[in-house]
Design a protein around this ligand. Structure first.
Ligand code: SF4
Ligand code: ZN
Length: 318
């Protein structure tokens, strides 16, 4: 018999009658801590299997910012893939008042799990911190950071000899990206860049948390005692992404399942487009750094060198 969801001390788990810690509004049920944790783990395992994210022999680099999502991801991958070769890679963008604490958290996590940890800073790679690059234009923080971080994380994953790169993107991140691509009219991203995930020089990416909402990732981490309170990036609310996050959160509250439908709709569109007999545009090597690009320069080099800077990028061979 299904337990009464409203016990004298508040709601109880629909599966066992213990005190509930979570209300699943999509499946309309309450869950206790143990059942919630088991449910999240099961869904992440299914995602890894469904998308065949990890093959035997893979050397998996985990992009570890030290924040909630990536800490949970590393913890889950260590648990699910006990024999796999895992290495953690962190990019230090140089964001004062934020990065120091998350870097310490990343170091503590990798030490606890016994996982090798490599750190690469914007200062080391580009000669400047993000704070320094942004001076006077904080509104562009996330778009500039996104481009430079993507390159940095790929570079360090390559240096670590990784065959795959796992990132902590959750369902909210994915839904926000879909909406932002449409709002910005980014045709390439809406249609998906054919062949990008296997292009030479780009470590293929996988996102095992892509079907787990942000608040469930956070609750999982708290219940597992994975982190203390961590600071948020001070640039987080300066960008369009902050507004899109607000809109999607409101829609999700009023219409549970909205984010999932946005992501699934985009996935269907991408699958249908991939099945069309269109030729993939070949990737070329960036004239400055050698990374794959569809033009003469990769996005990061365009930003750093055509954006008015005369700085010299450090050698990317190591
Ligand atoms: Fe970079 Fe924006 Fe993320 Fe801050 S919130 S780390 S600026 S992408
Ligand atoms: Zn380049």
């Amino acid at each position: 018999m299904k337990p009464d969801p409203s016990g004298p001390d508040g709601p109880v788990c629909d599966l066992c009658g213990q005190a509930a810690v979570f209300m699943d509004r999509i499946r309309n049920r309450h869950l206790c801590g143990d059942h919630f944790v088991g449910d999240v783990e099961e869904r992440v395992k299914c995602t890894i299997q469904e998308y065949a994210m990890v093959q035997p022999g893979d050397r998996l680099a985990v992009a570890l910012s030290g924040g909630k999502d990536s800490t949970v991801l590393l913890h889950l991958l260590r648990r699910f893939l006990p024999g796999a070769h895992l290495v953690a890679v962190t990019v230090d963008e140089g964001i004062e008042g934020y990065r120091e604490a998350t870097l310490r958290s990343a170091e503590a996590t990798t030490a606890r799990l016994g996982i090798d940890h490599h750190v690469l800073s914007f200062k080391e790679l580009y000669g400047r911190t993000l704070d320094g690059i942004l001076r006077g234009q904080p509104d562009r923080a996330c778009s500039i950071c996104g481009i430079l971080r993507r390159k940095a994380i790929n570079t360090i994953a390559r240096w670590a000899g990784a065959s795959k790169l796992a990132t902590g993107h959750n369902l909210d991140d994915e839904a926000q990206s879909v909406l932002m691509n449409w709002l910005q009219g980014d045709r390439k991203r809406i249609f998906g860049r054919r062949g990008e995930n296997g292009a030479q020089g780009l470590v293929p990416r996988v996102k095992p948390l892509r079907e787990i909402p942000e608040k469930e990732v956070a609750l999982y981490g708290i219940l597992q005692g994975l982190y203390l309170d961590l600071p948020e990036c001070p640039y987080r609310h300066t960008a369009l992404r902050g507004e899109v996050r607000g809109i999607l959160t409101t829609l999700e509250f009023g219409h549970p399942g909205t984010m999932r439908r946005v992501v699934e709709g985009q996935a269907k569109l991408s699958r249908e487009l991939r099945s069309l007999p269109l030729a993939a545009r070949p990737f070329l090597a960036c004239e400055r750094c050698g990374d794959p690009t569809s033009g003469r320069l990769c996005q990061a080099c365009r930003l750093l060198y055509l954006g008015g800077g005369s700085e010299t990028i450090v050698s990317l061979d190591r």
